[in-house]
Write a new protein. Structure first.
Length: 698
């Protein structure tokens, strides 16, 4: 049996391996994309990560491995193509000329040597190459744009291409120059973008926490969260907290002087312009020197005045950096050489099931408080039932926990020799601890969930999803307003969105008479939708845009879908057993069914569709991919016309794609179609194709 076979056997069981390993891989990849995107949002937008850096890296590597084995699984929303998370509501967007990429990780000396081998192979050199090594700062990445030497914009990393404008907050950081110092022989260009890390020195962090305790406020979990949260203050700005921040510059995105040829010269230039750079930077000739630097830095880690979590190694010569270039997510010429996780031993005093905003039940170990990496911790996520079973964590166990720059540590292992007698295996509850609904776990999923739309633990998330652009598109019903409406009891179930009136909106922050009238008009527009968008709005697990379209095409309306069995759903091309089970279980829940009927009674409606029967129509068996903007018709209308002729619209280009329709700014899908030598239609040819078939059908 091959390594691949062992992987699928371990992950999905022999039956799935024999039946369809690619389908199993697709399900796992979809799960990983969903989970990693959620963790990206928690980490980058909410400064409230759930899992350790090491666990995140493990999930990311698993996804990258799946995508490498099966390129057809690479989705446009895969976090392997992204950096960070999109800008949050409330901040102006800042679009970058040069993307602010992330770094791949090396988790040990062996992976660092493998990186060096790849670099030298790509450069076609055998001799050791020169690296610039510097500490990996544990803070929040930002970019500062200077125009004619004066600070104009400061933005967070965001998703790498688009960040959040936090200029006003950054101006209060004392170590950020408001104007660049003149430097004879190396003056700045008209536009310069300086990149670096906003950090909170440990001594200032401890002082801030002491002040918060004196004011009866919750202390910050660690310096990184305190720094990132400081930048994203919108109201009641804590100026003392911002003035406690420090900024360390490490590179230039734009405006590198013509006579600068190395990374070390960039750092010298930044220092001359008035920026603080890391004092611990060194030039290392060859990978052995990088590893030695890394080990020296690890020994000094606890004595440094700031938190670091590894070494960054970059090719020192800029011409070599340009020769290697970058991937979509990370440069080929730099790597983050991470420190090993810090570990401590403590005892599990309880295991509690917490219900997240997506309905996921997460078992959390309550720990006897212990300091790990300078932070006192008392809880650790156990992730899911499979993870508990694998590690066999029980109440009363002595466990090893580790922290790798994260807030909530992970349980590494149980010290079996110290297990007391009489302990019992832990099982997640069969009923939701918040709303008492029966919990479910779909085949092939690791997560146990509460399926109730109105579960208080996930109500805000469900309402936001219902109002999102891809669902009912309720303009004006943003995150902050949803929070207020739920917290004040004006929305107690999802359908209450369409019970809102001027009275329910009165007294809410930033909700004047005009804003209320606009929202009411938006609610009226949202009542007119399509069956597919209504299905998306319900938030059924595994039912995204593509699946919703397939179900809507097949059943046409709600009543036939409610009468369908799991076997009926599995008969729909593109709907597998996991999706079918999820849909059937959702509508089998009486609370969900009541909400669906309530939405209909409150005026949410859609036209009943009469699609071409499966296998019929002039475009039956033909697969289309739409990319770029179409001037003459909307994306949804284009899909409806294709589907009306029996064709199918998918989101990923592959060898099985019959037509790629390329509108304005088509992006990477067009490039892939050209590589595969697929038939490409511009908008005029696409419309002509549809019109000719529609005329023939008429």
């Amino acid at each position: 049996m091959t390594d691949d076979d062992l992987y699928w056997k371990f992950s999905f069981g022999d039956a799935r391996l024999a039946k369809d390993p690619l389908a199993a891989a697709r399900r796992r990849a979809d799960q990983l994309v969903s989970e990693l995107n959620r963790h990206n949002r928690l980490y980058h937008l909410e400064d409230d990560p759930e899992i350790s850096d090491a666990e995140y890296d493990r999930l990311m590597r698993e996804l990258q491995d799946l995508e490498a084995r099966h390129p057809v699984l690479l989705r446009p929303d895969s976090p392997s193509l992204r950096v960070g998370a999109p800008p949050a509501e409330g901040f102006r967007e800042v679009r970058r000329v040069v993307p602010m990429l992330s770094l791949d990780n090396a988790m040990g000396a062996e992976e660092m040597r493998a990186f060096d081998e790849r670099v030298r192979r790509e450069l076609e050199v055998e001799a050791p190459v020169e690296y610039a090594a510097e500490p990996k700062l544990d803070g929040a990445g930002v970019e500062l744009v200077y125009e004619n030497g004066v600070l104009s914009v400061g933005a967070t990393r965001g998703d790498g291409r688009v960040g959040e404008d936090v200029t006003a907050n950054l101006r209060l950081c004392p170590s950020i120059p408001l104007a660049l110092a003149p430097t004879p022989g190396r003056d700045a260009r008209e536009r310069v973008s300086v990149r670096g890390e906003v950090i909170l020195p440990v001594a200032r962090f401890e002082k801030l926490n002491q002040q918060r305790l004196e004011r009866e406020l919750a202390p910050f979990a660690n310096p990184r969260n305190a720094a990132a949260g400081s930048l994203r203050q919108l109201h009641d700005i804590d100026t003392a907290r911002l003035r406690a921040l420090d900024f360390r510059a490490y590179t230039l995105g734009e405006g590198i002087p013509e006579d600068v040829d190395t990374q070390t010269q960039i750092l010298e230039t930044l220092a001359a312009w008035g920026f603080r750079v890391s004092n611990e930077c060194e030039i290392c000739r060859g990978v052995d020197a990088v590893i030695a630097y890394h080990e020296r830095l690890l020994e000094r880690r606890q004595q440094l005045p700031i938190e670091i979590d590894g070494t960054v190694a970059k090719l020192n010569r800029l011409d070599q950096q340009r020769e290697l270039g970058s991937l979509a997510r990370s440069p080929r010429w730099a790597i983050a050489f991470k420190f090993p996780p810090q570990q401590e031993t403590t005892k599990v005093t309880d295991i509690q099931a917490q219900v997240g905003r997506t309905g996921a039940l997460t078992p959390v170990a309550v720990l006897r408080p212990v300091r790990v990496g300078g932070v006192s911790v008392s809880h650790a996520s156990l992730h899911n039932q499979d993870e508990i079973d694998r590690k066999d964590v029980r109440v009363g166990d002595t466990v090893v926990v580790q922290r790798a720059g994260d807030v909530i540590p992970q349980v590494v292992k149980v010290v079996r020799s110290k297990r007391p007698r009489g302990t019992k295996r832990y099982r997640l509850p069969e009923r939701c601890p918040v709303c008492d609904s029966a919990t479910i776990r779909l085949a092939g999923e690791a997560v146990t969930r509460c399926p109730n739309l109105d579960c208080p633990a996930q109500l805000k998330n469900n309402v936001r999803h219902l109002a999102s652009r891809g669902a009912l598109d309720i303009e004006g019903l943003g995150e902050k307003l949803v929070d207020q409406l739920v917290e004040r009891g004006r929305i107690q179930r999802v359908s209450d969105v369409f019970r809102l009136d001027a009275g329910a909106l009165s007294g809410l922050a930033r909700m004047g008479e005009k804003s209320a009238a606009n929202l009411m008009a938006s609610l009226d527009r949202a009542r007119e939708t399509t069956f597919a968008r209504f299905l998306i709005a319900l938030g059924i697990r595994e039912v995204g845009e593509g699946v919703a379209d397939l179900i809507a095409q097949c059943f046409g309306d709600l009543e036939p879908l409610l009468a369908a069995s799991q076997e009926d759903l599995e008969a729909v091309e593109g709907v597998g057993p996991t999706i079918a089970e999820s849909v059937v279980r959702f509508f089998a829940d009486e609370r969900n069914l009541a909400e669906v009927k309530a939405l209909a009674e409150l005026g949410v409606r859609w036209p009943k569709t009469e699609p071409a029967p499966p296998g019929q129509g002039p475009l039956s068996g033909k697969t289309f991919v739409l990319t770029g903007g179409l001037a003459g018709l909307t994306r949804n209308r284009a899909k409806e016309r294709i589907q009306g002729l029996g064709g199918k619209v998918v989101s990923t280009v592959s060898k099985k794609t019959d037509y790629v329709v390329a509108g304005a700014d088509p992006g990477s899908k067009l490039e892939k179609a050209q590589r595969l030598k697929l038939e490409i239609l511009d908008e005029a040819a696409f419309v002509a194709l549809l019109s000719s078939h529609e005329s023939a059908a008429a």
